[in-house]
Design a protein around this ligand. Structure first.
Ligand code: SF4
Length: 312
C-alpha cells in the first residue's frame, strides 16, 4: 500500500537578479514517486540537486509550485497539522532544538499541543519513556541541548519526532553531521524504530553507503529531477544511468562495478529549464538527441531511468 505519493512535483523560486529583474530558479522538476507503507525510500544526489527542497515541500515547510502530494490518496495539505502522520528529522539537531528549553520540554511539546487533555505528569512520563526508547537516560529530561554530544542530540531530535507516533518520517541528511561510530548507532536506532512501529521513511542523503544500509528502494536525483529509481539490490548490481554509474564508482565499497569513472564539469545551472538531458554536459555517452530531447523516467517493472540509451 502506498502511504505517500508525489505526482509531478515542481518547485521554482523567483530570484532577484538586478534592480528590477527577476529570474526563476527551477529547484525541483516533475518529481513523482510512491512510498510504500513500512519501507524506506532513499533519495540520493549531490549537494544542491534539490533533495532538501523536496523534503521541505513534503512536510509543508515550502509551498509547492505544481503537482500533488497525497497521503493515502488524500491531499497532504489536509494533514500538515496532524503530527501522527508525518514528521521530519533535520541534519543539525542543535538548530532544531530550543537552547533555552530543557530537552524534556522540547520533546513533549508536540504531544502537549495536540493532546490538551494530557496532564503535565502524563506528558513527562511519555517523554521519559521515549528518552529510554532512543537510548538515553530518563534523568536527562531536565538537561539542555548544549549538555549533549552530537549523537545524543540527534537521538533527542528523533525522540521529538516520534513521540506523536507518526506514520512517516522524512529524514533529511539525518546522520551527515555525525562521526562514523555515531552514524552507525543512529542508523541502527532508526531501523529498530521502523521495525517496532511499522514506520515508513523517506531517507535523504548524499552518502551512498548510508543509503544502501537503510533503504529498500532508491531514487537518484540530478539537477532537480529523478534520473533513476530501483530497488536497492537492483540499483547497485545494475545501475543504468551514466550519472548513477559514476556515483557508485565513487563509492567503491558498494555495488559490483569497480570502474574508475571521473565526472568532468558541474551540475547545470537551475536558472533555466534544460532543453535536453540535464546530464548531457558531463555525460561520456551524450549524442545529438540528448541535447534536443529531454529523456523521461521510464522502464520495465520497478527499474526506471531517464536516459536516451534506455528508451524502452
Ligand atoms: Fe547521457 Fe544522453 Fe543518457 Fe543523458 S540521455 S545520460 S546525455 S546518454
Amino acid at each position: 500500500m502506498n502511504i505517500l505519493t508525489a505526482k509531478n512535483l515542481n518547485k521554482s523560486f523567483s530570484i532577484k537578479t538586478g534592480f528590477a529583474t527577476k529570474q526563476d530558479f527551477f529547484a525541483v522538476q516533475n518529481v513523482s514517486f510512491q512510498l510504500k507503507k513500512g519501507t524506506c525510500l532513499g533519495l540520493v544526489g549531490e549537494s544542491g540537486c534539490g533533495k532538501s527542497t523536496l523534503a521541505k515541500m513534503l512536510v509543508g515547510l515550502l509551498p509547492k509550485t505544481g503537482g500533488e502530494i497525497l497521503y493515502q490518496d488524500k491531499p497532504i495539505e489536509d494533514f500538515f497539522y496532524h503530527p501522527h502522520v508525518l514528521q521530519m528529522i533535520f541534519q543539525d539537531p542543535f538548530s532544531s532544538l530550543n537552547p533555552r528549553i530543557c530537552v524534556g520540554k522540547s520533546i513533549g511539546e508536540p504531544l502537549k499541543i495536540n493532546n490538551a487533555h494530557l496532564s503535565r505528569k502524563d506528558v513527562q512520563n511519555a517523554v521519559e519513556d521515549i528518552l529510554q526508547e532512543v537510548g538515553l537516560e530518563k534523568e536527562y529530561y531536565y538537561r539542555y541541548p548544549h549538555e549533549f554530544s552530537g549523537g545524543q542530540r540527534q537521538r533527542i531530535a528523533i525522540a521529538r519526532a516520534i513521540i506523536t507516533h507518526p506514520e512517516i518520517l522524512v529524514c533529511d541528511e539525518a546522520v551527515s553531521a555525525l562521526d562514523a561510530s555515531h552514524q552507525a548507532q543512529v542508523l541502527n536506532l532508526l531501523l529498530d524504530l521502523k521495525e517496532k512501529y511499522g514506520l515508513s521513511y523517506l531517507f535523504i542523503s548524499h552518502n551512498l553507503q548510508v543509503i544502501s544500509f537503510m533503504c529498500d528502494e532508491i531514487m537518484v536525483m540530478y539537477a532537480g529531477e529523478i534520473i533513476e529509481q530501483a530497488p536497492r539490490a537492483v540499483l547497485f548490481e545494475n545501475p543504468l544511468h551514466p550519472y548513477t554509474k559514476a556515483l557508485i564508482a565513487s563509492a567503491p565499497y558498494i555495488g559490483k562495478e569497480k570502474q574508475n569513472i571521473v565526472l568532468q564539469g558541474e551540475m547545470p545551472s537551475l536558472m533555466q529549464r534544460q532543453v535536453g538531458c540535464s546530464f548531457a554536459g558531463r555525460c561520456p555517452h551524450a549524442q545529438a538527441i540528448c541535447r534536443q530531447e529531454k529523456p523521461y523516467l521510464k522502464g520495465e517493472q520497478e527499474h526506471k531511468t531517464a536516459c536516451h540509451l534506455f528508451a524502452h
